[in-house]
Design a protein around this ligand. Sequence first.
Ligand code: G3P
Length: 217
Amino acid sequence: MKFFVDTAEIDEIAELNDLGMVDGVTTNPSLILKSGRDILEVTKEICDLVDGPVSAEVVATEADAMITEGRKLAEIAENVTVKLPLTWDGLKACNVLTNEGKMVNVTLCFSANQALLAAKAGATFISPFIGRLDDINLDGMELIEDIRTIYDNFGYETQILAASIRSVNHILDSARIGADVITAPPKVIKAMANHPLTDKGLAQFLADWEKTGQKIV
Ligand code: G3P
């Protein structure tokens, strides 16, 4: 499973990237706002740091303007993935940009029918938003499962990029179902290392080691 980090904070990306845990990065206008950075500059820095796809999102809502913005973003670096919203205009722009050989991530997906359209429009990635469905008492994981089934039924190569991940269980469930990629905030990825029995066991080992009076180095 590929791990993308969902942030525009360079330090956070660098820390995980140094551990070899970053297969790509996703950003969106809200994350750019949070970073306080210029989109073109920060996207270039992230692309220089990370080998994998780096999603940068258009903000136009009409297809021709989306295409213009998408081409400009794609010029930043070879690993830029143009992120487009799942609207009819977004699908039109997806079709044009993928035919030009650019990677496209179709975002704000909340239904399997939307995901089917994105695959038909040639999307490289589809981003179903798990957490935001859970927020309104719908089942984000059921959506991932439906998209996996539909893509496998017909052999679509669009990669399922599970997004709006809020917990380690979202990552575990996405892995079980067979999402190709998860994108998560760095703190959620780091939380995967935590287990109370690990902490308890380590405390016991350290206490016993102290009693031996030994040193390794
Ligand atoms: O990748 C999309 C993600 O950033 C949305 O997450 O937590 O704002 O729903 P969230």
